[in-house]
Design a protein around this ligand. Structure first.
Ligand code: TYM
Length: 511
């Protein structure tokens, strides 16, 4: 049978940040997506390197190829192996009261990354995006942003190293500056090509991509990372639907003086009624929400989960289930942690030894406690708790600690190199040298991971110097005292010269 061009187009899979639909065969062709988007596959070697440098077993999403594609994740890992940190950036468009299980996928994985790599995290809530695309008032989107943030916090993010912000509230000068710089690099024709904008798109939509692109640069968060666009590299975990935003970002990064953000991208957690369907808030039976009760979970799975099993018991026994399309099997791949048990279920169900009702019951038993636990944690997220995550003011101390951790690591290396008697000034010089070598020269104030040399930084450095001070009269104490004296004299002379240049000496004399 021949197909017309229109029919072919109709059956093409569509994956954009706003629409995801499978091809004619009801499946998403991920290999094709990777080719079209130009990202790379995550291979076993890369996973092994991640395990090694974090000393943490890979998350099941990684082990099972659910996070399957990346852009320069290998470079992030290489840099981390050298002792460099990075920050994580992910997000959510708040368009419904609560998250569905698919939304949990990137957040659970981000939590794993945060814990394993011990890095800071920023989470963007695009209330503006949802206002521009959906039939919602801006005030509703802003409220939903806070509601959704409660579900996000319930995933267990470290309150000390996680900053959550909603666009309509956070937008600040350095964020805006990044946005305009990005916007100037992308023509309307390019935006049409990447995002499919048409003459009917409102101009808010056309102008939105730089809003999601900007947090890929650390200077959008000066309170956390300082003002250097290259102080830290960025890694973005998300499903592959968000790739177009970051393809655009990576294309313009060098032109605005930043690093390209790296990405780690997942497959889609399929809709309850099958991969060709969509999880939609307007059809509550298409998805399980984190607010669903045990009864709702059971009913939805039993009544609506698309089955690849035989139509009758006999057929199932004879032919087994088609695991390629079976939703309970696919969902277990995401949320059943036990690898052995999963393998056994796959074999039994695929061969017909297990029936559809049985695998559905296993899924109910896995999801019910998971969702109930989530609800218990969410109940603890009061407005006060939420404010801790939204509050940028608490951040500097935290990032200082991260810097300290990093510094200690470097100190260890330096000590070894120098035979064990390096002094603190040497340590700082070594760190600054390292920073220069890594190209972080623009930041006069910053350090290799971007924490500014704040009052706290200087205080800690002083405390450490006191703690590690050599005993009085020792060779190194004398050497140090002499060094301090020379430095103090030099500083005093410089100060006097500067004051003289400003004519302050005369004023001082008068006083
Ligand atoms: P949103 O709200 O559509 O989705 C939030 C996150 O969930 C992922 N996701 C899924 N993952 C697996 N299976 C699914 N079925 C599924 N559906 C959604 C999305 O890829 C996303 O990671 N514009 C964004 C918000 C955003 C963002 C970001 C996302 C702003 N900055 C940076 C990722 C990274 C949005 O509306 O996501």
């Amino acid at each position: 049978m021949t197909t017309t061009k229109e029919e072919e187009e109709e059956s093409e899979q569509v994956v954009t940040p706003w629409d995801v639909s499978a091809g004619a065969d009801g499946k998403i062709d991920y290999a094709k997506l990777m080719r079209e988007f130009g990202c790379s596959e995550i291979d076993a070697t890369l996973i092994e390197r991640m395990e090694k440098c974090t000393r943490t077993k890979a998350h099941p999403f990684l082990r099972r190829g659910l996070f399957f594609a990346h852009r320069e994740l290998d470079e992030i890992v290489t840099a981390y192996e050298r002792g460099e940190k990075f920050y994580l950036y992910t997000g959510r468009g708040p368009s419904s009261e609560s998250l569905h299980l698919g939304h949990l996928v990137p957040f659970q994985f981000t939590k794993w990354l945060q814990d394993a790599f011990k890095v800071p995290l920023v989470i963007q809530l695009t209330d503006d995006e949802k206002f521009l695309w959906k039939d919602l008032q801006l005030e509703d989107c802003r409220r939903l942003a806070r509601e959704n943030a409660k579900d996000i916090v319930a995933c267990g993010f470290n309150p000390e190293t996680t900053f959550i912000f909603a666009d309509a509230s956070y937008m600040c000068s350095s964020f805006y500056v990044n946005m305009v710089k990005i916007a100037k690099c992308v023509t309307f024709n390019q935006a049409k090509g990447i995002f499919g904008f048409t003459g009917d798109s409102n101009i808010g939509q056309i102008g939105f991509p730089p809003v999601q692109a900007a947090p890929s640069f650390p200077d959008c968060f000066p309170h956390m990372f300082g003002m250097n666009k290259k102080s830290l590299k960025c890694l973005i975990p998300c499903a592959i639907d968000q790739d177009p935003y970051f393809r655009m970002t990576r294309d313009v990064s060098h032109r605005i003086g930043g690093y390209k953000p790296a990405l780690v991208e997942s497959r889609f957690f399929p809709a309850l009624k099958g991969e060709s369907g969509k999880m939609s808030a307007s059809d509550p039976t298409s998805a399980i929400y984190v607010t669903d009760t045990a009864k709702e979970i059971k009913n939805k799975i039993n009544k609506h989960a698309f089955s690849g099993g035989g139509a009758t018991i006999e057929e199932q026994r004879e032919n087994g289930a088609n695991l390629e399309v079976d939703v309970p099997w696919k969902w277990l791949n995401f949320f059943l942690e036990d690898d052995e048990k999963l393998k056994e279920i796959g074999e039994k169900y695929g061969s017909g030894e297990m029936l559809t009702g049985e695998i559905k019951q296993i899924l109910v038993d896995v999801l019910t406690p998971m969702v109930e636990d989530h609800q218990k944690r969410r109940a603890l997220v009061t407005d006060e708790v939420l404010d801790v995550y939204f509050n940028p003011k608490k951040i500097p101390k935290v990032f200082l600690d991260l810097f300290r951790e990093y510094e200690e690591k470097e100190f260890g290396k330096w000590e070894k190199k120098k035979g064990g008697d390096a002094e603190n000034d040497d340590l700082c010089a070594a760190l600054e040298e390292k920073m220069k070598l890594e190209g972080a020269t623009e930041n006069e104030e910053g350090c290799a991971i971007g924490a500014p040399k704040s009052e706290d930084w200087l205080r800690i450095r002083k405390e450490r110097m006191q703690r590690d001070a050599p005993t009085e009269g020792s060779k190194s104490a004398l050497k140090k005292a002499a060094k301090i004296k020379v430095a103090a004299e030099k500083k005093a002379a410089e100060k006097a010269a500067k004051a003289a240049a400003r004519g302050e000496a005369a004023t001082c004399n008068k006083n």
